[in-house]
Every structure is written in C-alpha cells, then in structure tokens.
Design a protein around this ligand. Sequence first.
Ligand code: MN
Length: 263
Amino acid sequence: MLRTSLLYRFYKLMSKRPTILVTNDDGIHSPGLKALAEALQETGEVYVVAPDRERSAAGHSLTLHKPLRAAEIASGWYAVSGTPTDCVTLGVMGMLKEKPQLLVSGINLGANLGDDITYSGTVSAAVEGTLLGIPSFAISAVDPMRHDLNIAGIFATRLARVVLEKHLPQDTLLNVNVPAGKVTGVAVTRQGKRSYNEVIVEKIDPRGKTYYWIGGGEPTWELVGGSDYEAVMEGKISITPLHLDLTNYAATQVLKDWEALLG
Ligand code: MN
C-alpha cells in the first residue's frame, strides 16, 4: 500500500503540471484575480494576463486599431493595455510558451447572470479561450461586498481539476456564479432572464453640456425554473454550460417561410 502511494506520488511529481491561463475584466489589481491565481497555483503553473485597468462590460471586444502594451509586473503576471479578449489572444499567441490546458476568468466582483453575460468581459474571455480550443470557465462572486473570495477560489480549484480530468463538451464553456454566505450546493443551470429597467441619468456638466449615465435601476428577474438566478438565490453555486453556436434552431424552422418571401 505504502509502496503504491509512494509510486503514485513520484509519478505525480514527475508528470508535468498543467499550464493555466488566468484573466479577468476587473483589472490586474483586483482582489478577485489575486484570490483566483493563488488558489489555482496548487493545480498548475499559473500565468496571469489581465487588463491593466477595469474593463467590466467590455464584452467580447478586440483591439485592432491601436497597439497593445504588456508589462510583466511580477513573475508570470502581465498587465495589458487592452480588453479581456485581447489578454487571452496575447497570452495564448504571445506570452505563454505553450498552449494552456485551461483558462479561468475571474473572480469577477459581481454576478454574471442571465442576459447580462452578453456584456460581460469575464465571460467573453472564456468565450475567446473556447474559440482557441482551450477548456475555459468564468467565475463570479454574486455579492462581492459580503463575499469571502476564498470560497470561490477553492471552488475554482475543484472545478479546474474536474475540467482538466474530464474535459468539456465541444465548443462549450462554463459560466459559474458563487453566492455569498453559506453555500448550500451546486446546480447545473440554464441562463436566466432579466427584465430591463435601466435608468438613464441625464445631467449637465460644469461646461453646460448634457451628459448621460447608464444604470442605477435595480435589476428584476423573471422566475425561470432551473435558472442561474434561481440557483444563487437558493444559495447554490450555479454552473451554466454555454455554447458558442448562437443559432436559435427553433427560429430557423419558423423563419423557413421567409426564404420564399424574400427570395
Ligand atoms: Mn467585472
């Protein structure tokens, strides 16, 4: 028994640790990024390539019309003057010596639930990883003011090990949301639906010009059974598998008649 365990440990030591690329959209100085990178260190060789400032709600934007700068601010930590998608592209194509076996984006300080994921730089980084053929997941702390980031960090490590061992289905990434407080379980969920009631604040600046500020409205949610929102409200960690294929297959049937109409 002892012999087997020693042999196992020896092989584990000799086998190469997986390379893990870590990024976020809150910027390189975010405590969420630090907690994630530190937690994942026991699972693999962690490289951090993250925006040099907050780029939340940057979506999947890619910088093509100006140069990007990258500064190595600590060993294996690169601050990039671009979006989360830029960071993944540069990290994989430029800084890392080999293609990472895993990409983890987060820990975002705020939820990424329902329709909001289309704005999310955190989720978009995982989309980019998936496009590049790297198993990827995004992880967010739902209520960062009340959140112990170590809980999300520990869960990221657990999930990272499972993803590295079992891999992910083709063209699929995971969107993970961790509730604050006591976690009551883990649920595989579907994307929820938010009812938009954004408030546009309109004011006059000191030079007499009008400016606008988007936001301020409290989000309300449609109650969809099995949704990401429902899970986190029940204190569960939500894992939503997302697909890169955005085709609405039911709608292609409905719109089939339009071919004759428009042809
Ligand atoms: Mn963010």
